[in-house]
Design a protein around this ligand. Structure first.
Ligand code: PBG
Length: 327
């Protein structure tokens, strides 16, 4: 009778040994909570497609920011939902626009305790729902959009946002924003580029969360699901343009892209566990078809293992709580 030469199970024999040899760890400071603030609300409003997530009033946003700071997570990312929209997204760079008002409130409440971040994109603010302004023929006008992003960047930084999440996928957006910030002396504002952002179905619940007006799709600017090399090229280009951090999004269906981007650049790489990833697990758990906590933590760890240094997740607070329990 022959016996195995290698016994990898030796290192799985007890919880104590498994804990000692685990390769990848997730800690609360690697989590970032995305939050929605909606103009004109008095009370937080639940988002049907994202059970447990709400649109905040400015007051409830302040409380959410305090809870986030107390939980020990690394950052909070704000998305704004304005009351009125127009073709160029005027509310986006208006200092009194809801996202900038929200950023000021959060910076005042928790600035210094965690990194205050804002989404920099026009889609929540335009009446057509696209991430940029449109040409007469209806196509998204890349270079005209860059001017709008530059103006948004200055407004957000002046409102107290420390990190701008450039999610519009326009060519040259990182360079345009960096140049505009520097020209205003805003040299400390961090630029995080959604470098490899893929077009697809996983943003569905988010579109309800921000009351999106989009009719068509974003396939002329977001990446095609089949293309990993192109995602890496976007990340490399963004770093060349001055991005301090790059992101891959969605996370779970694009773990291979995360691995490749982590390999190709030497800046921090983040992953965004998007609304569709959230909704899938919540829905399955609500049916009793999946172990909710187990699935959430396994997905988060998988995103870290693939190479994400930090993860945006709607479960950030709950996960941070569980991680502290496990210590
Ligand atoms: C664009 C933006 C989107 C998300 C983050 N920033 C929507 C889109 O590209 O359609 C999606 C996030 C999610 O689905 O959780 N401002």
């Amino acid at each position: 009778m022959s016996f195995p030469d290698h016994r990898p199970r030796r290192l799985r024999q007890s919880a104590a040994v498994r804990r000692l040899v685990r390769e990848t760890h997730l800690v609360p400071q690697q989590l970032i909570l995305p939050v929605f603030v909606r103009e004109g609300l008095r009370e937080p409003l639940p988002i049907g497609s994202m059970p447990g997530v709400v649109q905040h009033s400015v007051d409830s946003l302040r409380r959410a920011a305090t809870a986030a700071a107390e939980s020990g997570i690394g950052g909070i990312m704000l998305f704004g939902v304005p009351e009125t929209r127009d073709a160029i997204g005027s509310a986006a760079d208006d200092p009194e626009g809801i996202l900038n008002v929200g950023a000021r409130a959060v910076a005042e409440e928790v600035g210094g305790a965690l990194v205050v971040q804002t989404d920099l994109c026009l889609d929540e603010f335009t009446d057509h729902g696209h991430c940029g302004v449109l040409r007469a023929d209806g196509a998204v006008d890349n270079d005209a959009t860059l001017e709008r992003y530059a103006s948004m960047a200055i407004a957000q930084a002046r409102s107290g946002s420390e990190l701008l999440g450039l999610s519009g996928m326009m060519d040259g957006q990182v360079a345009a924003v960096r140049r505009a910030l520097d020209a205003e002396g805003l040299i400390d504002t961090i630029v995080m580029a959604y470098a490899a952002k893929y077009a697809g179905a996983f943003y569905g619940p988010f579109r309800e969360a921000v009351d999106s007006q989009l009719k068509g799709d974003r396939r002329t600017y977001q990446l095609d699901a089949g293309n990993a090399r192109e995602g890496v090229r976007e990340a490399v280009t963004d770093v060349e343009e001055g991005a301090d951090i790059v992101m891959v999004k969605p996370a779970l269906p694009y773990l291979d892209v995360l691995v490749a981007v982590r390999d190709a650049v030497d800046v921090p790489v983040w992953g965004y566990q998007v609304s569709g990833e959230y909704a899938m697990i919540e829905a399955a758990a609500a049916h009793g078809w999946i172990d909710r906590r187990g699935a959430i933590m396994e997905a988060l760890l998988g995103i870290r293992r693939a190479g994400a240094d930090a993860v945006l997740s709607y479960w950030a607070l709950e996960a941070a709580h569980w991680l502290r329990e496990e210590l």
